[in-house]
Design a protein around this ligand. Structure first.
Ligand code: URA
Length: 433
């Protein structure tokens, strides 16, 4: 059979065998299958879908295209989490120290961000001295010593995904559940953890806008992980409003430190408690309530914060910045965004706040753009708060005052103020195992 026959099978909506899928992936990586043939195949997958078996086979073929991290020396204790991304999502910075403080092994690779704000690695780079690259020997030694390391994606991990994703981006074939699920899960499986918790966001600030799509993606990813012998759980969580108050790289690190010092309650601490609990349930078989009690003790006793400082220091970062967050460089310009009328905040559109933060300099449009690590937004109020006309709703941080006007326009469309107190939205919508 040729690649044309295989494209034709998918074009008719029929199933491909594992061998045929491997042939397509390895042929594309080696260059034997051209970009235009792969584009036609990806479009056929977008339009006709894939069965769960095919999606798992595609994940495996991508996984085999490169190296994997070997965490077998940590037995059943290695645990990872992945978020499909959202505005103000700094959960890794909080969850990783909590879980490792309680004995889980968090040896994690995280990405840089494209779009609204940076990824975890960009956020960590806002801490002076933090090394996002470690040699394999340094990485394993740190994990053995401290139970935690978070580095950028390195080496030859899933090269098939890099090549396929670039093509999807250029051919309008990103939005396909089998393609997204195989892309994410091939990288998670290559990262080596035995236990994986997924945070699949749903809503205006999320990749998946509807609950149905988010649930379908979560189910597919859980099923792939299980097919490859990993313990899996997925939370579907709300991303209609930004998570926490800070959006922007150093601003988010500061907020993460506040949560770990036990100074901050609310949606961010709640979601981190849920995610950490799921990770600990998978690692240790604890029941959820017991895991949450242990997590709250770990935060309130400041042991989790101590573990954050230990982690940051082990990776070369200046832990004093976490103790005294005033040491983080400040954006030279700040401006307040004020309420135009009195009333209850009925909505803070996450996507628009993300765009406001992006225009202030906190995100990147292209891979090589340089992020302004101190730029972003701090929300002074959250959905459901009553505000008086003229009170400050958010503070914008930037190094360039010409950016303020556009950011203000986005914020003006993000905030909705009404007379009635809005109903509280569920933050954790569903758990899938
Ligand atoms: N994130 C990924 O890693 N892959 C996708 O396909 C979409 C989001």
């Amino acid at each position: 059979m040729t690649i044309l026959d295989l494209i034709d099978i998918k074009k008719r909506g029929e199933e491909l065998s594992g061998q045929q899928i491997s042939y397509i992936v390895s042929g594309f990586v080696s260059g034997a299958i051209s970009d235009y043939q792969m584009s036609a195949f990806l479009m056929a997958v977008c339009l006709k879908g894939m069965s769960s078996r095919e999606t798992a086979e595609l994940t495996g073929a991508m996984l085999r295209s490169g190296d994997s991290i070997d965490l077998s020396r940590f037995g059943s204790l290695s645990v990872d989490k992945h978020s499909t991304g959202g505005v103000g999502d700094k959960t890794t910075l909080i969850v990783a120290p909590i879980v490792s403080s309680l004995g889980g092994i968090v040896a994690k690779m995280s990405g840089r961000g494209l779009g609204h704000t940076g990824g975890t690695v960009d956020k960590l780079e806002s801490i002076k001295g933090y090394k996002t690259t470690l040699s394999p020997e340094e990485f394993y030694a740190q994990v053995e010593r401290t139970g935690i390391a978070v580095i950028g994606q390195t080496g030859n991990l899933v090269p098939a995904d890099k090549k396929i994703y670039a093509l999807r981006d250029a051919t309008s074939t990103v939005e396909s559940i089998p393609l997204i699920a195989s892309s994410i899960m091939s990288k998670k499986l290559a990262a080596g953890a035995m236990n994986i918790v997924l945070d699949v966001k749903t809503g205006s600030g999320a990749f998946m806008k509807t609950l149905e799509e988010s649930e379908a993606l979560a189910r597919e990813m859980v099923s792939i992980g299980k097919a490859y012998g990993r313990n899996m759980a997925a939370l579907i969580t709300d991303m209609n409003a930004p998570l926490g108050n800070a959006v922007g790289n150093s601003l988010e690190v500061i907020e993460a430190a506040e949560v770990l010092r036990g100074e901050k309650a609310g949606d961010l601490r709640d979601i981190c408690t849920e995610l950490s609990a799921q990770m600990l349930v998978l690692c240790f078989g604890w029941d959820e309530e017991y895991a949450k009690k242990r997590i709250n003790d770990e935060i309130d006793s400041k042991r989790a914060f101590k573990q954050m400082k230990r982690w940051i220091a082990a990776q070369g970062g200046n832990e004093a910045w976490l103790e005294n967050t005033a040491l983080f460089p400040k954006a030279p310009i700040t401006a307040e965004f004020k309420a135009e009328k009195s009333g209850y905040i009925s909505c803070i559109n996450a996507e628009k706040v993300g765009l406001a933060s992006f225009v202030l300099g906190a995100g990147r449009e292209k891979k090589d753009d340089i992020i302004d690590l101190s730029a972003g937004i701090v929300l002074r109020h959250k959905t459901g708060d009553y505000v008086e006309k003229g009170s400050t709703l958010a503070v914008m941080h930037t190094s360039c005052d010409t950016r303020l006007k556009r950011a203000e326009e986005y914020l003006a469309s993000a905030f909705q103020i009404g007379e009635a107190k809005p109903q509280k939205c569920e933050l954790i919508i569903k758990t899938i195992r």
